[in-house]
Design a protein around this ligand. Structure first.
Ligand SMILES: [Zn+2]
Ligand SMILES: [Zn+2]
Length: 154
C-alpha cells in the first residue's frame, strides 16, 4: 500500500512537470482526472473516469472529461488503447509494458515481460516500415470471468 502511494506521488509530480512543459495549466480538475486514472489499474474509458470524478467535481460534464483525457494524450502524459474513439481506454503508464485484455469483461491489465520487450522484429514487418516500440496485447479470459463462467455452467 505504502509503495503504491509513493508511486502515485511520483506520478503526480511527473504530471505537474509535463503540464508545465506543455504550457498547460495544472488545475484542480485536471489533477483529479489524472489521479483517477493512476488509481485505476484497469485502463478506464472516459465514461468510467467521469462516473468516478463527478461526485468530487461539481458541474463537470462528460464532454470536459473527454477533452481533458485527449489533452493529456496530446501532451504525452498518457497513451490510449483501442481503435475506436468513443470507447478508447486511457493508460497513464508510460513505461514499456504489455497488456492482458479480457474479451469477456473488457479488463485490461499491465504486465511486464523482458522476454516480450526483446522480441525479434520479423523481416515481413521491416517490409511494412520501421518498427518503433513494441507492445504485446494478449487477449483471453481473466480469472474473474473464468470463475464466473464455471459457476454458471455448474
Ligand atoms: Zn474478464
Ligand atoms: Zn497499460
Amino acid at each position: 500500500m505504502k509503495n503504491s502511494n509513493k508511486k502515485q506521488a511520483q506520478s503526480l509530480a511527473n504530471f505537474k512537470i509535463i503540464c508545465q512543459d506543455a504550457g498547460v495549466k495544472c488545475t484542480q480538475q485536471r489533477m483529479k482526472i489524472y489521479s483517477e486514472l493512476i488509481q485505476n489499474p484497469n485502463h478506464p474509458d472516459a465514461e468510467t473516469v467521469y462516473k468516478k470524478v463527478q461526485n468530487q467535481l461539481a458541474n463537470i460534464s462528460l464532454d470536459t472529461v473527454y477533452r481533458t483525457l485527449w489533452l493529456f494524450k496530446d501532451i504525452g502524459l498518457i497513451t490510449t488503447i483501442g481503435p475506436s474513439r468513443e470507447r478508447t481506454r486511457f493508460d497513464p503508464n508510460l513505461k514499456p509494458h504489455h497488456h492482458f485484455i479480457c474479451t469477456e469483461c473488457g479488463l485490461i491489465l499491465d504486465f511486464n515481460s523482458e522476454q516480450m520487450d526483446t522480441l525479434d522484429i520479423h523481416e515481413s514487418i521491416k517490409m511494412i516500415g520501421k518498427a518503433g516500440s513494441l507492445q504485446v496485447n494478449i487477449q483471453g479470459i481473466c480469472r474473474g470471468c473464468e470463475i464466473n463462467g464455471k459457476i454458471i455452467s455448474d
